[in-house]
Ligand binder design. Structure first.
Ligand SMILES: [Zn+2]
Length: 105
């Protein structure tokens, strides 16, 4: 540290707005994989980690058909345990995404 008399302080405007700074800090916290599982943060699917099966409450996860041409949200309990776990629900991904986005709009 230099001697006090050699220091000249110059007031400068903050590089970013305080509200934006706070919003960014909050986003960083939410996106932190230590706070939220990475599959939820970085998953390419809009509703993964949010959408749950109406029958059993299990997570609805990506399921594909016809070599990935068709994408569904399907009950993960049924996928793991079969009919005994859950009768199962599946819905085309684009259809459910559209319904939810339209509702939010
Ligand atoms: Zn289910």
């Amino acid at each position: 540290m230099k001697p006090e008399e050699e220091i000249i302080s110059v007031p400068a405007p903050p590089p970013i707005d305080l509200e934006i700074f706070k919003a960014v800090q909050n986003r960083l916290k939410v996106n932190n994989p230590k706070m939220t599982p990475p599959r939820v943060v970085s998953g390419p699917n809009l509703l993964t980690g949010i959408c749950h099966c109406g029958n059993c409450g299990g997570a609805m996860t990506l399921s594909t058909g016809k070599n990935g041409r068709y994408r569904y949200y399907a009950c993960s309990i049924r996928a793991r345990q079969g009919d005994t776990g859950c009768k199962g629900r599946a819905i085309p991904m684009d259809k459910l995404d559209r319904v939810v986005v339209t509702h939010i709009k």
